[in-house]
Design a protein. Structure first.
Length: 198
């Protein structure tokens, strides 16, 4: 079982035809697989029977549907048979550039024009997040690593039971993280870019 049915299968085929992957055990039966192309496959739970697994996929698909205006589009959820232990719930997310990668790559250049453009891009995305994410029915994790350059959530979706409606100062959190990144990389030169954050 996969959601969305057609696009999900296409995404899964694309991810599985990707280059090599690295798997990491997260404990309690959870695994994360990351390909060298940036695809992420996460399995947080195993179910003893297909009915329970199907219910979990339906719940996760419903959460994805409710958040479709705030999350990246190239993702799917599915159930796969694990011969040894039962049925695994999987989430697949396609690679997407994050605010962190945008700034980090710019910082490597040490070029003031490139860094300024990257910081301005991040601030623009912060404004999108601050404006649109407040309408989201759930509070998605909001960091430079989870927000895409287009202002969408591009990370793995939290498990359904961990989604809350709690609100917070998302823009402030992103800006504070950006300041820490600039200062840790540039030292005192970071002060040149701080006025852009106001």
């Amino acid at each position: 079982m996969i959601w969305p049915p057609l696009e999900g299968r296409a995404l899964l085929n694309e991810a599985l035809s990707s280059s090599t992957s690295v798997s990491s055990s997260l404990g309690h039966g959870a695994w994360l697989l990351t390909t060298t192309d940036g695809w992420r496959l996460h399995t947080p739970a195993v179910f003893a029977d297909m009915d329970s697994a199907r219910d979990a996929v339906i719940a996760w698909a419903a959460a994805h549907a409710r958040l479709s205006s705030w999350i990246s589009a190239r993702r799917c959820v599915l159930v796969a048979d694990d011969d040894e232990i039962g049925w695994r719930l999987w989430q697949l997310v396609a690679p997407a550039p994050t605010l962190w990668s945008r700034v980090s790559s710019a910082l490597l250049t040490r070029d003031a024009i490139v860094i300024t453009a990257a910081v301005e891009d991040v601030i623009a995305a912060c404004d999108v997040v601050d404006g649109s994410w407040r309408e989201s029915p759930f509070a998605l994790p909001c960091t430079l690593e989870t927000v895409g350059v287009d202002g969408f959530f591009v990370a793995l979706m939290p498990e359904v039971e961990r989604l809350t409606s709690e609100t917070s100062d998302r823009r402030g959190r992103l800006v504070r993280q950006l300041v820490r990144l600039l200062r840790s990389t540039l030292g005192s030169d970071a002060e040149l870019y701080l006025p852009l954050l106001e």
